[in-house]
Design a protein around this ligand. Structure first.
Ligand SMILES: *[C@@H]1O[C@H](CO)[C@@H](O)[C@H](O)[C@H]1NC(C)=O
Ligand SMILES: *[C@@H]1O[C@H](CO)[C@@H](O)[C@H](O)[C@H]1NC(C)=O
Ligand SMILES: *[C@@H]1O[C@H](CO)[C@@H](O)[C@H](O)[C@H]1NC(C)=O
Ligand SMILES: *[C@@H]1O[C@H](CO)[C@@H](O)[C@H](O)[C@H]1NC(C)=O
Ligand SMILES: *[C@@H]1O[C@H](CO)[C@@H](O)[C@H](O)[C@H]1NC(C)=O
Length: 474
């Protein structure tokens, strides 16, 4: 049994060494890790930029009996906000392709992958992009002439940590727009990781100063059960205690829904005399806790938000406001992206990128169903026609609301960082270049590590320190 399971794995590893010279499709199929059709979408170009996004959340792992091939992870809830991030990346790439001074004569293409918030899917996506094809060949890019320059992603620190270790092996730049754990700044562990969002080290300093400013020294602390929550709350706890504050409680928010744990947290918060509670988590994990607080009429607490949830639409809704009223917290800076709104509204299942992702998006926005999509879990039986009109949904959707672009702006910057790095490579003059004997890279056939050796990317190694203080008020 064991042999039967191991043999194909060993063979595929061995065969992958010769795979790139194999020209026939049959040769490729024999030596790869299996197809990932339908989980991402791509556009061709001279150079590819990858994007990794949690378009869905609430993953459901299938039961694995170990006697058959594991089924795919089911991804349940479509996130309109994350799909806006995806389209912001597409928008930035289109804008760069139309710009006559930035990367003239070169077209950027992309590959975009939905991680569903699962670490193994993040790794899968990274391998898909590195292989450059539907079938995976780790470490080999089998499409000559279309190098992968960088991967933009992931949103979460947990998945970014996993991908950054693998990309670090091959020196592919990974530029995250939302991963804030301090550990990712460690150059020895993550030599090719960059980000357009500050490390939590700065946020913790800000939180401690904010507490001192208000004279709040008896505090509660909630943190999600992931790298972001655990690492962030550990440094925060240390700094708070050093500043003379005391912690009434330090509770862990589960990542998967767990009624018993959630009721316990609500009980602890209700019975504690601490009025100010710092919460180090993301919106999706905090949501069930807040819903339960509202159900039990918990009021009179001051919630202190980290940037992971401070600007959440869903947590500031009418039913939850009696509990969340007065929330204060840090957010990363906001910016406008001219033209983005028009781009978002022009997305359509009739345009060339009409792959499954845009169809799932359409089902989410119009509560309709495509007859050819099997895995949607919505209850609606009304069929989608493709003639539905996004403009008529108004400004109210999390997808089309461009009044609060923060993570979207980080994504926009990340794509531009990659483009500027490539531009530096492209405009290198032989004899003055950064490589051996003043050499330059060949823009149509460069090595991933060469992208890191440019002036532009060096800027993004430094963590910026600007935050904004925000207050949620009814
Ligand atoms: C093209 O890109 C450069 C560099 O980012 C920028 O300064 C310029 O404004 C852009 N041009 C247009 C027409 O967007
Ligand atoms: C653009 O690319 C083509 C084909 O690679 C090349 O022949 C041409 O000289 C390039 N033009 C510029 C302005 O770089
Ligand atoms: C919460 O308050 C509402 C109205 O004030 C009340 O009807 C409900 O019973 C309360 N729920 C709990 C769990 O105390
Ligand atoms: C998707 O695009 C293809 C070609 O671009 C087109 O033939 C097809 O009708 C489109 N499908 C939908 C549902 O719009
Ligand atoms: C969608 O609606 C807007 C505003 O109502 C209108 O201007 C636009 O032409 C419509 N688009 C399509 C494709 O019907």
């Amino acid at each position: 049994m064991l042999f039967r399971l191991l043999a194909p794995a060993v063979w595929s590893h061995f065969l992958s060494l010769v795979c790139c010279s194999e020209q026939t499709g049959a040769g490729l199929a024999a030596c790869t890790l299996g197809s990932l059709k339908g989980r991402g979408f791509s556009a061709e170009g001279d150079i590819i930029i990858g994007g990794i996004f949690p378009v869905h959340y609430n993953k459901v792992f299938p039961d694995t009996p170990f006697t058959e091939l594991p089924g795919p992870t089911r991804c349940e809830i479509f996130s309109q906000r994350s799909y806006r991030w995806v389209q912001t990346m597409v928008f930035a790439i289109n804008e760069i392709n139309q710009n006559a001074t930035l990367l003239p004569n070169l077209t950027l293409g992309f590959g975009i992958y939905d991680t569903c918030g699962a670490v193994h899917r993040g790794i899968e996506g990274a391998l898909w992009m590195m292989s450059g094809q539907e079938v995976l060949v780790p470490g080999y890019r089998c499409l000559p002439g279309t190098p992968l320059a960088a991967i933009i992603g992931d949103a979460g620190s947990r998945i970014s940590l996993a991908i950054a270790r693998i990309l670090g092996l091959y020196s592919y730049p990974l530029i995250s727009y939302f991963a804030t754990v301090p550990q990712l700044s460690d150059r020895r562990q993550f030599p090719s990781f960059f980000r357009t969002i500050p490390s939590d080290v700065f946020q913790v300093q800000g939180l401690v100063r904010l507490m001192q400013h208000f004279g709040w020294s008896w505090l509660g602390l909630l943190a999600s059960e992931d790298d972001y929550g655990q690492m962030g709350s550990q440094i925060l706890q240390k700094e708070l205690l050093q500043s003379g504050a005391c912690l009434a409680f330090h509770e862990t928010v589960p990542l998967l829904y767990d009624k018993r744990k959630i009721q316990r947290i609500v009980q602890v918060v209700k019975s504690s005399s601490a009025k100010a509670i710092i919460v180090f988590t993301f919106e999706s994990f905090l949501m069930p806790v807040v819903v339960e607080m509202a159900r039990q009429n918990v009021t009179g607490k001051v919630w202190v938000a980290t940037e992971g949830w401070s600007t959440s639409h869903n947590l500031a809704n009418r039913e939850l406001l009696k509990t969340m009223d007065g929330t204060i917290g840090f957010a990363i800076r906001r910016a406008d992206i001219p033209g983005l709104r028009e781009h978002l509204l022009s997305v359509s299942p009739n345009s060339p990128t009409n792959k499954s992702l845009v169809k799932l998006f359409w089902e989410e926005m119009f509560k309709c169903k495509w007859p050819d999509i099997q895995d949607n879990l919505g209850g609606s039986q009304q069929l989608c026609t493709g003639q539905e009109n996004l403009s008529q949904l108004g400004m109210a959707t999390a997808y089309s609301d461009v009044s609060n672009l923060r993570i979207s702006y980080n994504i926009y910057n990340a794509v531009y960082a990659a483009a500027h790095a490539l531009h530096d490579l492209h405009s290198c003059k032989p004899g003055e270049g950064p490589f051996a004997n003043g050499g330059c890279a060949n823009i149509r056939d460069f090595e991933p590590w060469q992208v890191i050796h440019t002036k532009s990317t060096i800027l993004y190694r430094q963590d910026s320190q600007s935050y904004l203080l925000i207050l949620v008020k009814e």
